[in-house]
Design a protein around this ligand. Structure first.
Ligand code: NAD
Length: 436
């Protein structure tokens, strides 16, 4: 089976590489010529564990190709996945121009029966709009438009794609559905659960899932604020809640708020969709507000720990990526905190193992350091803003020796409070009032 993936970003590249690993012939297409040149040379434009190996292996095996235009590959493909971006517009709705530009290319190349699949996260009704567009130029029997949303997480994207909790296929055309079931047969055999639905439900499953997870994060963050005020410990509360199988332990880690390319935009997009369909989703509205407030709460917490220096303080910011394991800084709470502190005139030194280059594209004035130690040097407060594994094992004795004042604000609750305090630090975290 021949497959084309249009859009070679986090989702498209992982999808293309993993599908080729299942033996399919895959061409990944992207309008970004520089990205495609890098990939042709075997270089990976993003940081994603395990991706380089799988790309290299399948390129060598002659199953994985990269092209800028890809018209020939598109015209010969059995299945064309759309994995282009759907970033938020100013009003919160999803920007669909990349999707429809790719649909136009597909339409120009389309000759015989093909399945066009939205893997991008697209608002409910997009499949129908694409179908209506294609029907102006092609007969109904020559194509199917399906929805196959992606649930992978950056940082463990390859593993997630290979071992998904579920593969959702929304396809109202029996012939198209059969093609997609054949495509995913190796994954079904490897025990991946496949859920077949109508196309509209598949589109909504993706938004409903991301909105639910965002609500869970905002819930535990609000609970953490209450825990701090009333003298409880959020880690114990999360543990106690999570032991209830109906709740589960996942997504009960408090922090500086959710970020990334999905939760912030998808929560806003589903609110926009709801408005379009005459509904109000008050729980999701509140989750969005609580998430924005969590950034302000984090900034206040950092300034409170500067011993009255406030704007005069130097902050060492550890972590710029929106979460550990990725170089993605889109909607990163760490960068939002950094910007708010910089706006107040606070001096910031920052370090991230992978995301520094992307971070300075967003905030040019950010002073980047090459290590956690260099970052801590001469600082008044060390802030842990991203849950990188290497921050769990910081050499705290060394850090203490180079800081101006030994204070840590741990926005990810990574460190052991007792041990850190024993070493002589003033330590603050999320959801637990510290006694000194
Ligand atoms: P991305 O920005 O990393 O990649 C999108 C790519 O599409 C870019 O390389 C861009 O150059 C390319 N592109 C844009 N228009 C094109 C066109 N007409 N033809 C060919 N290429 C084109 O985006 P991403 O993070 O991979 O997300 C893609 C989609 O998947 C989004 O809808 C997103 O919501 C969804 N999604 C993302 C994740 C994630 O963790 N990143 C997870 C699940 C779903």
């Amino acid at each position: 089976m021949k497959v084309v993936v249009v859009g070679t970003g986090y989702v498209g590249l992982v999808t293309g590489a993993c599908l080729s690993d299942f033996g399919l012939n895959v061409t990944c297409v992207d309008i970004d010529a520089e990205k495609i040149e890098l990939l042709k040379r075997g270089e990976i434009p993003i940081y994603e564990p395990g991706l380089k190996e799988i790309v290299e292996k399948n390129q060598k095996a002659g199953r994985l190709f990269f092209e800028v235009k890809g018209e020939k590959a598109i015209s010969e493909a059995d299945v064309v996945f759309l994995a282009v971006g759907t970033p938020p517009k100013d009003d919160g709705s999803a920007e669909m121009k990349y999707v429809f530009s790719a649909v136009e290319t597909f339409s120009k190349c389309h000759k015989s029966y093909q399945v066009l699949v939205t893997k991008s996260t697209v608002p409910v009704g997009t499949g129908k709009k694409i179908e209506d567009y294609l029907l102006q130029k092609h007969s109904k029997e020559t194509f199917a438009v399906a929805s196959n949303p992606e649930f992978l997480r950056e940082g463990c994207a390859v593993a997630d794609f290979m071992n998904p909790d579920r593969i959702v296929i929304g396809c109202d055309d029996p012939k198209g559905l059969k093609v997609l079931l054949d495509l995913y047969e190796p994954m079904r055999k490897a025990n991946a659960p496949i859920l077949v639905t109508d196309r509209t439900s598949a589109e909504l499953i993706k938004y409903a899932s991301n909105a639910f997870l965002s609500v869970k994060i905002s819930f535990i963050n609000e609970m953490a604020r209450l825990a701090e005020n009333c003298g409880a410990d959020i880690s114990k509360i999360a543990k106690g809640m999570g032991m209830d199988k109906r709740i589960g332990h996942a997504f009960l880690l408090p922090g500086p708020g959710y970020g990334g390319s999905c939760f912030p935009k998808d929560t806003k997009a589903i609110l926009s969709t709801a408005k379009e369909y005459g509904c109000r989703l008050k729980i999701i509205e509140s989750a969005v507000i609580a998430n924005e407030e969590q950034v302000d709460f984090s900034v206040e917490k950092i300034l409170k720990n500067t011993e009255g220096k406030n704007e005069e303080a130097t902050i060492a910011l550890l972590g710029l990526a929106f979460k550990g394991g990725t170089d993605d800084v889109r909607e990163s709470p760490s960068l939002k905190i950094a910007q708010k502190l910089l706006d107040k005139g606070v001096k910031i030194k920052a370090y991230d193992p992978e995301a520094s280059a992307n971070a300075v594209k967003e905030i040019e004035t950010l002073q980047i350091c090459n290590s956690a130690k260099e970052c801590a040097e001469g600082s008044d407060v060390l802030v842990i803003a991203t849950e990188w594994n290497e921050f769990k094992t910081l050499d705290l004795v060394e850090i203490k020796n180079v800081m101006k004042t030994p204070t840590i604000v741990d926005l990810r609750n990574l460190l052991d409070p007792n041990h850190t305090i024993e070493l002589g630090f003033k330590y603050d975290c999320i959801g637990r009032r510290m006694q000194f």
